[in-house]
Write a protein that binds this ligand. Structure first.
Ligand SMILES: [Zn+2]
Length: 378
């Protein structure tokens, strides 16, 4: 049975509605057997070229690698060419970057490379191309662990207007005015963004945030994007003979308040904190999280759900639809929650693939954020 999937967006840059709408189907680069078109909206980053390549792959039924190397260049060679072209575009040795201080270095996250200069650097990745980095914005980026942190790679050159310079990154923006500290807007801080990170150290802001674009799946509310993705996930699972039901989605602040208060009065605060999020701290309040169950309810909301067909299927395939298992086994010291193989969190296909292939299993580790084993003392 072929498996429909959402292709990981291949290249960043243009963010027009046209490009958003281009994402119809795509052969996933890790799944050359995918032949069933799936119409879905994924992240904003996708190019005409990658759409054409994916379409060609579908027509030929072959692996992306067969058509993806027109210049037969390695990633390092592509990077070197792109970095040098960007350096020349900026003025070469006459640019603000100054002279190179070393050779190109590769091996960064997601296949990235960089070259440093006297006054900054140029960093390249397959998804974002070659972008320059310098000055106060670069210093601020560094404090967030460069591309390894929550900002990711820059997606454009710094641009200045009205005395403010800003640079866009994969998941945020840094702005700077002379004589003032840089300001950093992180997608992980914004509950409206699918990359938002909510944990026991990071409550929603505002704490009574409520999403507006809710849709129902199996009687559970989710924001539109994860709702559409969950339906595709369910269809793909069904094609493999596996039923995946949604049993809990969006929970308003007030509902979480009542739930948590009930646990607290029944079991005490320590036990309540172990089994329930405090109001304002629950991923379910973002409308991006869903608890799933098997058709027969076996091992519902228990760790043994991982061994059911639905749990096993989700663990293996959820990332293809933009979900991650948010509270994996053995990570409670990082996430603050015991293993919850039923709790899926929508982060978008791009980020889900990145986390899945990163070698770490939590958003905290992926973004180099502090572990959040418990609530701060009040
Ligand atoms: Zn949950």
């Amino acid at each position: 049975m072929s498996k429909p999937c959402l292709c990981r967006p291949a290249r960043t840059g243009l963010r027009t509605e046209v490009h958003r709408r281009l994402i119809t189907v795509t052969a996933c680069r890790d799944r050359a057997t995918a032949k069933t078109p799936v119409t879905a909206r994924t992240g904003p980053r996708f190019s005409v070229l990658s759409a054409a390549v994916c379409a060609l792959v579908l027509i030929l039924g072959g692996a992306p690698a067969a058509v993806a190397s027109p210049a037969a260049q390695t990633g390092a060679e592509r990077a070197e060419t792109a970095i040098d072209r960007e350096y020349q575009r900026l003025g070469g040795t006459d640019s603000g970057l100054g002279r190179p201080t070393g050779a190109e270095t590769c091996g960064l996250r997601d296949g990235g490379c960089y070259r440093n200069y006297e006054h900054g650097g140029i960093v390249w990745s397959p998804a974002t191309g070659a972008q320059p980095s310098w000055g106060a914005i670069r210093e601020a980026w560094a404090t967030y662990s460069f591309e390894n942190g929550p900002l990711g790679y820059p997606v454009a050159s710094p641009a200045c207007s009205g005395g403010t310079c800003s640079q866009s990154f994969q998941r945020g923006t840094i702005s700077w005015r002379p004589a003032e500290p840089a300001t950093v807007d992180l997608d992980i801080d914004n509950p409206k963004n699918t990359a938002v990170v909510v944990n026991k150290e990071r409550p929603l802001e505002p704490e009574d945030y409520a999403p507006e674009d809710l849709l129902s799946v199996d009687g559970q509310l989710l924001r539109a994007e994860p709702a559409e993705a969950l339906i595709l996930l369910q269809q793909a699972a069904a094609a493999d003979g596996v039923t995946v039901r949604a049993i809990s989605g969006y929970r308003p602040f007030e509902t979480q308040f009542e739930l948590y208060s009930g646990y607290t009065s029944q079991y005490g605060q320590e036990q309540a904190d172990a089994i329930s999020a405090r109001p304002g701290y629950s991923e379910h309040q973002t409308g991006l999280a869903v608890d799933i169950a098997a058709a027969d309810g076996a091992c519902s909301l228990q760790a043994c759900f991982a061994d059911t067909p639905a749990g096993a299927w989700a663990a293996e395939n959820a990332h293809r639809f933009g979900f991650i298992v948010r509270y994996p086994a053995g990570a409670s010291a990082v996430t603050g929650y015991a293993y919850e193989p039923w709790h899926l969190r929508f982060v978008g296909v791009d980020l889900a693939f990145a986390v899945h292939s990163s070698g770490v299993s939590t958003l905290e580790e992926y973004f180099h954020l502090p572990a959040a084993p418990g609530y701060p003392a009040r």
